[in-house]
Design a protein around this ligand. Structure first.
Ligand code: NI
Length: 182
């Protein structure tokens, strides 16, 4: 396993809007390493800046559900539209170990993105995949789940967040049993 180390809340790269990928064909090995990191951490989604890379790139694997038979790679994604009702769903984050928050997001999202072959797509997603896409797009724009909840929730995790900021370049072991971590 050549997994890349996952960085945590407090690391400045997680607050940055990530740069576009210029040549999709040169990033194949990075993507392989990202999948290794994601599986090792038992996540279902991972954005490039979560492994310290300033690139508009994220991966998702929801093959444990009925929604997808294959893994997903999204390059140079932008959210074109959202649709449907707002839904509450508990999300975890590989860059915030041990924290799970009820996040409100629209049911459907239309994403414009490139595949590994460089081809552009524009497609509407919903379900767990649509949810995960919105979480990862937030990462690529420097936004955490903690930014999507109210003050009361934020205060609840103040100590953990401060601790993460202090140790943001060290690995924190998490024994969380969250099924939705990305
Ligand atoms: Ni995350």
């Amino acid at each position: 396993m050549a997994g890349l180390e996952i960085v945590h809340y407090g690391n400045p790269i997680l607050r940055k809007k990530c740069e576009p990928v210029k040549d999709t064909l040169t990033i194949e090995s990075i993507i392989d390493d990202m999948f290794d990191s994601m599986y090792e951490a038992e996540g279902i989604g991972l954005a490039a800046n979560q492994v310290g890379l300033d690139m508009n790139l994220f991966i998702i694997d929801v093959t444990h559900t009925e929604e997808a038979e294959d893994t997903h790679i999204f390059i140079n994604g932008t959210i074109v539209a959202t649709d449907g009702d707002d839904k509450v769903f508990q999300e975890g984050c590989l860059s915030m170990p041990g924290i799970a928050l009820d996040v409100i997001r629209p049911e459907k999202v239309t994403l414009k993105y490139q595949g590994i072959d460089g081809e552009w797509h524009e497609k509407e997603f919903e379900g767990l995949l649509g949810r995960a896409i919105q979480h990862e797009m937030d990462h690529l724009n420097g936004i955490f789940i903690i930014d999507r909840v109210g003050e009361v929730e934020k205060i609840k995790y103040q100590t953990e967040l401060k601790e993460m900021e202090k140790n943001s370049n060290k690995r924190i072991n998490s024994k969380s049993e969250k099924r939705f971590v990305l």
